[in-house]
Design a protein around this ligand. Structure first.
Ligand SMILES: [Zn+2]
Length: 90
């Protein structure tokens, strides 16, 4: 990807092994700007950010066991509701 400063970014990641949480993000080689972070819990993407909003990073920084559980549960709930809605529309 390309940073807004014009330099190339590289992918980096941070891991909280105890929570099975992983944050993937782009770091600019030139200015160090971090962008486009995606937060995964147990391999499931629970949130992502576009551009330089820090939502996923903030969530990762403040993530504890309870928050990780809630995120995972919310994501599963969302997916099962999506399946139900898809079934109803037929
Ligand atoms: Zn940059």
């Amino acid at each position: 990807m390309q940073c807004k400063c014009g330099s190339e970014t590289r992918q980096n990641e941070a891991v909280k092994g105890r929570l099975s949480a992983r944050l993937e993000f782009q770091v600019c080689k030139a200015c160090g700007c971090v962008s486009d972070a995606e937060l995964f819990v147990k391999g499931v993407k629970v949130t992502e950010e576009t551009g330089t909003q820090a939502t996923a990073r903030l969530l990762f920084d403040t993530l504890d066991a309870e928050a990780a559980e809630n995120l995972e549960a919310a994501q599963e709930q969302f997916r099962s509701e999506s399946v139900e809605l898809a079934g109803e529309s037929k």
